[in-house]
Ligand binder design. Structure first.
Ligand SMILES: [Fe+2]
Length: 286
C-alpha cells in the first residue's frame, strides 16, 4: 500500500530511502530555495517564449515557433548552473547529503494543452525499466500552479505487481532515434500492448513543493486538456551508499540488460558514477 507522507522537516538519505524504496510518496512542502529556483526557471522560460504568460504562449505563437522556443528553454534549464545550484540547495534543505549524491540532469518538462501535444508527455512507465538502478529516486516540482488535469500520475496498485513492458528490448539508441526529444518528451520503455486499464492517483502539489518518489513507481503524465500549459522540473538522484550497499526498490518486472550508472554525475564535482562501478557496486535487488 502506497502512503503519502507530507514532511515539513528533513529526512536523511536513509530515512528517505526507507520510505521511497517501500513505494511511498514523500511531499516536502514549501522547500526553502525552491522559490528562487522557480524564479530562475521562470526567467529562462520567459526569455525563450517572449511572453509574460508562458502557460498560454502556445496560443500566441505559431506551432513551429512555439516548439522551437520550448526546445531552447529546456536546453537553457539543462545548462544553467545557477538554476542547478538553487535546486541542489533545495534538495539539501530536505535532508539530502550532497556529498553522497549523484544526479542525471535537470529536466524541464513542458506539456501544452491539447491532444496534439500528448506525445510531449510520458505514458505509463517505471524509470527503472530504462536505468535498471533500483536506488534511483525522482524529484518533481511544478513551476506554475497545476491541477488534477495537468500533473503527474501514479499507479500505486502496480508498485508490487508486474506489468508487461518493453524494457528487455529498449536502449538509449531507440530514445535518440525516436524523435521524441524534439517533441519535448522523454521516451522510456513502455507498457506492452494490449495496454491494461491502470487505476491511478493524480498528485497535485503547489509550486515550491517537492515530490519525491522511487524511480520504480509506475507513473505517467495526465493528458493535458486544462487550457494551460504545464511546466514542471524533475531530476533523478542516486545515493552512493545505497548503490554500494544494494539498497533500493524491488524489481518486479524490469528486464534491462544493463544498468546506466553513466547517466549520473556527482552533484558537486561532476564525476561520473560509472567510474565508481569499477569498485564493485552491486546491481539493484532483483
Ligand atoms: Fe518517469
Amino acid at each position: 500500500m502506497t502512503a503519502i507522507h507530507v514532511c515539513r522537516g528533513t529526512l536523511d538519505d536513509e530515512e528517505r530511502g526507507d520510505l521511497v524504496f517501500a513505494g511511498d510518496l514523500v511531499i516536502f512542502p514549501g522547500v526553502t530555495a525552491l522559490d528562487a529556483f522557480r524564479d530562475r526557471v521562470d526567467e529562462l522560460v520567459r526569455a525563450e517564449l517572449g511572453t509574460t504568460d508562458p502557460e498560454s504562449a502556445q496560443f500566441a505563437l505559431a506551432p513551429t515557433e512555439y516548439l522551437d522556443a520550448v526546445r531552447e528553454a529546456r536546453q537553457r534549464v539543462r545548462d544553467d548552473t545557477a538554476a542547478h545550484r538553487l535546486l541542489l540547495t533545495a534538495l539539501e534543505n530536505t535532508g539530502l547529503a550532497a556529498c553522497d549524491t549523484y544526479w542525471d540532469w535537470v529536466h524541464l518538462r513542458v506539456l501544452p494543452h491539447g491532444k496534439e501535444h500528448a506525445g510531449a508527455g510520458t505514458n505509463w512507465h517505471r524509470d527503472t525499466w530504462a536505468s535498471n538502478l533500483y536506488a534511483q529516486t525522482n524529484w518533481w516540482t511544478p513551476i506554475y500552479p497545476i491541477t488534477a488535469g495537468r500533473t503527474i500520475t501514479f499507479s500505486p496498485a502496480q508498485w508490487s505487481e508486474a506489468v508487461a513492458n518493453t524494457s528487455s528490448e529498449w536502449g538509449p539508441r531507440a530514445y535518440r532515434g525516436s524523435g521524441a526529444e524534439n517533441a519535448g518528451g522523454a521516451v522510456t520503455p513502455q507498457l506492452a500492448p494490449p495496454q491494461p486499464t491502470v487505476p491511478e492517483l493524480q498528485v497535485v502539489i503547489n509550486p515550491g513543493d517537492l515530490l519525491c518518489f522511487s524511480g520504480a513507481h509506475l507513473h505517467g503524465t495526465v493528458p493535458n486538456e486544462s487550457g494551460r500549459t504545464r511546466f514542471s522540473v524533475e531530476v533523478r538522484t542516486l545515493c552512493r551508499t545505497d548503490v554500494e550497499q544494494g539498497r533500493g526498490a524491488p524489481n518486479v518486472d524490469g528486464h534491462a540488460s544493463r544498468s546506466r550508472h553513466q547517466w549520473f554525475h556527482h552533484v558537486v564535482d561532476g564525476t561520473s558514477l560509472r567510474s565508481r562501478t569499477a569498485f564493485g557496486f552491486r546491481a539493484g535487488p532483483l
